[in-house]
Design a protein around this ligand. Structure first.
Ligand code: 9YW
Length: 423
């Protein structure tokens, strides 16, 4: 790509970020998602930093201003009333001063803050803002291991598919059989007004998403109770790898800022987590798999959740196998990385997290593989991502076979990732 073409794409990406900027936080896209989402914001901050470092720090600070007293950082903050999204605050009823959801999302903040800090031109500002965020992110990490790893195994479980960020992944299908639907209050979806219903989760899945929300609400959103009370407890390798990477990054950052206790705690979490990840490895698939903690078995489902661990410092042989697996996948899909293996009969090229390519996931996988010395595979992922943008614009996700743009349009984190790929 010429420098001129790259500049043009970055300028268009900045327009998308500015359009969705609400002043102190950014919405993922107008209509479909009118609030602040947790991991969207953290990754979006990286894009914002390219033109306004102070604003980038504010993005993450706003999210952490709504951290729960127990340390959890919620997956959605409902800053202002808006009826274009369901389920809204009236369904969650978490009782927070500013309404939030009651579950969390991938812990990418530690990674994002370290990256912002490392690259900052304004060193004084970065040191000040990072130092203030450090104990908050540390508290979130502690919360994870205390509440989602009750037996101290080194791996945390998600208790709702929305927590993984990969809402309707094939990974959850079997475990979802255990989630009842009796007693789900009548509801009207709004997502299908903004995006093609054929590209979104099904009603059967939504019924179960809502059963879980009602179940947790019935337990007063008490995190000391929710894990054990959930019929859905999944150890997602991608989710854990993000937390492990964030813990490592937070430890490095804490060391740089002289916060030795935070550094030590996070280093220990990362080490224990990396060792425990071995339990999730599958030689047959050449990638990691989810563990269904209720059933006690690995889930035979080759999704991108098992490739994402490349983002963390996994053993060299595992990273090499994941890179080889990606080479194979690029022979089956025109654009990588599909969110599910196209060779699986359950693959669905257009339905949300059951096949489509997501640029945030591409970014994290490429980042990890490049650091592990697999620069060529990383480059292929970056190239696919840029091809998709050029051909199909800043979509929420893309068909890996045709490149067709899917879901919401003018999407914030997609735009932020493109700036990252090009700068
Ligand atoms: C929903 C905002 C969010 C992302 C998730 C993605 C989707 C929202 O959109 O979930 O209501 O289903 O799956 O990862 O944070 O972009």
């Amino acid at each position: 790509m010429t420098a001129h073409a790259a500049n043009d794409i970055v300028a268009r990406a900045v327009e998308v970020l500015k359009e969705n900027d609400q002043g102190t936080y950014t919405i993922p896209t107008k209509g479909l998602y009118p609030f602040q989402w947790n991991w969207d914001s953290c990754l979006t901050a990286l894009g914002l930093a390219h033109y306004d470092e102070a604003r980038a720090w504010t993005e993450i600070e706003t999210l952490f201003a709504h951290q729960w007293p127990d340390g959890m950082v919620p997956h959605i903050v409902f800053h202002v009333w808006n009826d274009s999204y369901f389920p809204g605050p009236e369904v969650w009823r978490t009782g927070r001063p500013t309404a939030t959801s009651g579950i969390t999302q991938p812990a990418v903040a530690g990674f994002a803050v370290r990256r912002l800090f490392d690259r900052a031109k304004d060193r004084k500002l970065a040191a000040e803002r990072a130092r203030a965020l450090l104990p908050k992110i540390d508290a979130w990490h502690r919360w994870f291991y205390e509440n989602r790893d009750p037996k101290g195994e080194g791996l945390v479980a998600i208790i709702h598919p929305w927590e993984s960020g990969r809402d309707n992944s094939i990974d959850w299908d079997d475990a979802f059989e255990r989630v009842p639907t009796e007693g789900v209050e009548p509801y009207t979806r709004r997502d299908t007004l903004h995006a093609d219903p054929a590209h979104r989760p099904t009603k059967a899945q939504y019924d179960r998403y809502l059963w879980l929300v009602q179940h947790f609400r019935g337990l007063g959103w008490d995190n000391a109770k929710l894990h054990d009370a959930s019929p859905f407890q999944i150890v997602d390798p991608g989710f854990n790898a993000i937390l492990i990477r964030a813990a490592t990054d937070l430890a490095d950052l804490a060391e740089a800022l002289g916060e030795t206790a935070i550094a030590k705690a996070n280093r220990a979490r990362a080490q224990k987590g990396l060792a425990a990840m071995e339990r999730l490895w599958s030689d047959a698939h050449g990638q990691y798999l989810c563990l269904d903690r209720v059933a006690g078995t690995l889930v035979d489902s080759a999704s991108v959740g098992g490739i994402l661990p490349a983002f963390a410092a996994i053993p060299k042989d595992r990273a090499a196998a994941v890179a080889a697996n990606l080479e194979r996948l690029s022979g089956t899909a025109r654009y990588v990385v599909p969110s599910h293996d196209p060779g699986d009969r359950r693959f669905d090229a257009k339905r949300y997290w059951r096949g489509p390519v997501w640029l945030v996931v591409n970014y994290m996988i490429a980042d990890g593989l490049a650091a592990a010395g697999h620069g060529q595979v990383a480059q292929r992922i970056t190239q696919s991502s840029l091809d998709l943008i050029r051909e199909s614009g800043f979509a929420e996700y893309y068909d890996p076979l045709t490149g067709e743009p899917l879901g919401g349009g003018r999407f914030t984190w997609t735009a932020a990732m493109v700036i990252e790929f090009l700068r």
